[in-house]
Write a protein that binds this ligand. Structure first.
Ligand SMILES: Cc1ncc(COP(=O)(O)O)c(C=O)c1O
Length: 385
């Protein structure tokens, strides 16, 4: 099997993840913050170790401001619904995933929050100048995907954050496709809120994620409930991270995520990025040689995340994906949960075939995919479909 769908979820996971999940299930008989016996303490320590690893990998001084979430969607919903108030206005990039677009639409429909999409700028995704042009007196947040899951474009989030901060507006970054794969320095880049998922480039299990919120920015939690702290009170605590983490955490999943982060620390994101750029460079050059293949976005691997959307002549991408799967190659076809991004690429009707790589993808994987795709491209071009 050749797995070229890492942007959906990473496979395989980092070495040590499976063992850590199993070990937690088999040996940790406790819930974080609930009780003082050995296992409860171990479960609690796991969460603090995780926050420490995240803070160090993604460049934050403050470890208490990392709250564990179910995934990036949960983190983004928590940030948007916990921060925005009726009458607020939001600027969002035109490449946002439905994890951002749908909660924003919901807030627009139900809370009277105004939403303006920033114009799409090919190659950049969004431009700081447009933030300056479109900001309104009631703009309270700018939401930016770090790397698009459709086009692979990497937004200049540092420069975009500076433009937003010029108007005292904080930024929420959707780092789902970038955390673990691209350099990301939250404090140094002045980012206010960052949502991540554990199961993509961070190479951990599904059902894990986190939200970082800088000190000084307040959020109302989505949920209230047991936190294992201040248990004499029936009013929800206001302290981080407890206030954002009600209910028993996903201990086994988070144990797996911790193992993945430790592996990433050893391997280094810099090294992973170097590898992915090399593999993507080979992929982009190979695709360019196949007749009938249209590549969306830049052909420079260093300017994109580890994914590319393509189409083959007039073929339905689902048919291309099925033909590739017949040869043992797994890809993703259709609309990638990001209608705004497809609109920007004029692919909302047909969708695209997405090929995405990870730290374990090899040149041989790319060659196997190319060998299977080339005859399809040639035939489709000859037949004119
Ligand atoms: C850019 C982007 N944001 C958010 C998400 C949602 O991630 P999750 O399904 O882990 O919540 C995805 C998933 O594909 C994504 O690609």
């Amino acid at each position: 099997m050749v797995y070229l769908d890492s942007a959906a979820t990473s496979f395989p996971k980092a070495p040590g993840v499976t063992e850590a999940v199993c070990e937690h299930v088999a040996t940790v008989a406790g819930s974080a913050g609930r009780g003082a016996h050995t296992f409860a303490v171990a479960a609690d320590k796991l969460l603090w170790d995780l926050r420490r690893e995240l803070a160090s990998l993604l460049g934050t001084r403050e470890i208490t401001r990392w709250a564990m979430m179910l995934n990036a969607t949960d983190a983004i919903n928590t940030a948007l619904k916990g921060f925005l108030r009726p009458g607020d206005h939001v600027l969002a990039s035109a490449l946002e995933h439905n994890a951002v677009a749908r909660p924003l639409r919901h807030l627009e429909d139900n809370l009277g929050v105004g939403v303006t999409k920033l114009p799409y700028v090919p190659g950049l995704g969004a431009s700081p100048t447009d933030i300056c042009k479109l900001v309104q007196p009631n703009t309270r947040l700018v939401v930016l995907v770090h790397a698009s899951n459709v086009t692979g474009e990497i937004l200049p989030i540092r420069e975009l954050a500076i433009a937003a901060h010029d108007f005292d507006v904080p930024v929420l970054i959707d780092a789902t496709q970038s955390a673990g794969a691209l350099p990301l320095q939250i404090d140094a880049w002045g980012l206010d809120m960052v949502a991540i998922t554990g199961h993509k480039a961070l190479l951990g299990p599904q059902g894990t994620g986190a939200l970082y919120v800088r000190p000084g920015l307040d959020l109302t939690p989505l949920r209230q409930g047991g936190t294992g702290s201040w248990s004499e009170l029936d009013r929800h605590p206001d302290e981080w991270p407890d206030k954002m983490e009600s209910g028993t955490m996903n201990g086994p999943g988070l144990a797996g995520l911790l193992a993945a982060l430790q592996w990433l620390r050893e391997r280094t994101i810099k090294d992973i990025r170097r590898h992915e750029v090399e593999v993507m460079d080979h992929l982009l050059h190979s695709l360019a040689d196949i007749p009938g293949v249209a590549i969306y976005g830049t052909r420079t691997a260093a300017d994109r995340a580890g994914l590319v959307s393509i189409n083959v002549a007039e073929m339905d991408p689902a048919d291309v994906a099925a033909a590739l799967e017949d040869q043992g190659i797994l890809t993703r076809a259709g609309l990638h949960c990001a209608p705004w991004a497809h609109e920007a690429q004029a692919t909302l009707r047909r969708g695209t075939l997405r090929l995405s790589v990870g730290p374990f993808t090899t040149r041989d994987d790319i060659d196997a995919m190319t060998a299977a795709l080339a005859p399809l491209g040639r035939t489709a071009t000859l037949l004119g479909h």
